[in-house]
Design a protein around this ligand. Structure first.
Ligand code: PMP
Length: 440
């Protein structure tokens, strides 16, 4: 049966929910990344590595809310911690102990000194860049072409620029990603090519007296850094006194101390999200006591009436339920869990590679740690320009066909601590059958 016909047959309730949603939400969605044609699947519940939709279909989850649920759905210890905290009230309008404990645990893992919580990764990046600007007294930032750091002005630039507008590969032009990004903002964001040490160094040198910070994902989307790339960036930013920000909203799941420990390169500021909140909305940014100085409220006498140089607030920052769930999740995340996840993801990477071998099409199988990914390109994917050559129709057809076959695999496919070898076996069988039908 055709992919689309099958999809329509399997998902009638999702279809009618989507039609209803379109009457209240633009394109029926609240998160563009979840939109998929002809309509998204509406989920009813999750359990360990499985998702169950409103039509009763069961699927193996390899998305885990875009890498958030590193312990899978409904981990009993995380649920227990959240429930116990919930019994004490939803949100208390005052600091709580769990907030201190989670900050201590994250700082210990990063080897950092001070941290602030936000309700999302986006806000962590907003605040980290404000902090960098405040600390440095400069306005410009540099970001990588193709990198996503949240839907907000300063970084909503060259996230997925059309190639005919993006300028030379080694000197990318800053292209607004969306309408509504003001021209003034555009002039303050410099774009650098991920994984090209030489070109990046040149661009940073050119703007060395204006840059407050360089922000990047140490693993950009599914592209690991080339050997030496992160070290060159560290060395160049240090040489010119520019702050280096690692956006570890996703990559923090690479090791107990994130990608920075995995690759042995320490940034000045780290931003976080996803896994640190145990499945609840969260973000954080961490640095040294020195860099965090603009956030300090001056004076120790009573009463203190002075303001910090850099104000910071948010009604739901460090939400107690998130904090309690985050602590419970972090406690489970011992080194051996990461080793096991790497093995599970490696089984997916190897299995997919052998299923693809000999097929007459362009593909790359990539991924590190708990990530695995298929890119439908002829050339190796090392930066935005190579990723942009992907056959996107093939990618969509494949993920929709897998959806029909009980495998929920899109975005940054990843395994969790509860993904079993049985899950891997079933998924690889489904992938094999899908490839036979759409890419023989
Ligand atoms: N940075 C990166 C690297 C991300 O992938 C994301 C979201 N996927 C964000 C920041 C934004 O985080 P949030 O969606 O929690 O606002």
């Amino acid at each position: 049966m055709d992919i689309l016909d099958n999809y329509l047959k399997l998902n009638p309730r999702s279809k009618s929910l989507y039609e209803r949603a379109c009457r209240s939400l633009p394109s029926g969605c609240t998160r563009n990344v979840l939109y998929t044609s002809p309509f998204p699947i509406y989920m009813a519940r999750g359990e360990k590595s499985r998702l169950y939709d409103v039509d009763g279909n069961e699927r193996i989850d390899f998305n885990f809310n875009n890498t958030t649920l590193i312990l899978g759905h409904n981990h009993p210890k995380v649920l227990k911690a959240a429930r116990e905290q919930l019994e004490r009230g939803t949100v208390l309008g005052a600091p709580t102990e769990p907030e201190v404990a989670l900050a201590e645990e994250i700082l210990r893992r990063l080897g950092a000194e001070r941290l602030r919580f936000t309700p999302s990764g986006t806000e962590a990046n907003i605040q980290a860049i404000r902090l960098a600007r405040s600390y440095m007294g400069r306005e410009k930032i540099a970001k990588c072409e193709g990198a996503y750091h949240g839907s907000w002005d300063a970084v909503d630039i060259s996230v997925a620029p059309p190639l005919d507008k993006a300028g030379p590969r080694k000197a990318p032009v800053a292209v607004p990603q969306n309408e509504g990004v003001p021209k003034g903002v555009l002039g303050n964001t410099v774009v650098i090519p991920f994984n090209d040490s030489e070109a990046t160094e040149k661009i940073i040198m050119k703007h060395r007296d204006e840059l407050a910070a360089v922000i990047l994902e140490p693993v950009q989307r599914d592209m690991p850094p080339k050997p030496g790339f992160l070290k060159v960036l560290r060395e160049v930013t240090e040489r010119y006194g520019i702050l280096l920000i690692f956006d570890e909203v996703i990559s923090f799941r690479l090791s107990p101390g994130g990608a920075q420990k995995f690759y042995g390169v320490k940034p000045d500021i780290t931003t976080l999200g996803k896994i640190i909140g145990g499945g609840f909305p969260v973000g954080a940014y961490a640095s040294t006591e020195e860099v965090m100085k603009p956030l300090m409220i001056p004076g120790s006498e009573f009463p203190v009436v002075k303001q910090a140089r850099l104000g910071f607030s948010g009604t739901f920052n460090a939400h107690p339920i998130t904090m309690a769930a985050g602590i419970a999740a972090m406690k489970e995340l011992k080194t051996k869990v990461y080793v096991e996840m790497d093995k599970t993801a490696e089984a997916m990477r190897e299995g997919i590679t052998s299923l693809l071998e000999g097929r007459k099409m362009g593909y790359q199988v990539s991924g590190v740690g708990s990530f695995f990914h298929i890119e439908w390109t002829k050339e190796e994917v090392v930066d935005y320009r190579s990723a942009a050559t992907e056959d996107r129709k093939m990618s969509r057809r494949f993920s929709t066909d897998l959806m029909n076959r009980g495998v929920f695999m899109w975005g940054h496919p990843n395994v969790s601590a509860v993904t079993t070898s049985e899950d891997v076996k079933i998924a690889l069988e489904a992938i094999g059958r899908s490839l036979d039908s759409i890419a023989p």
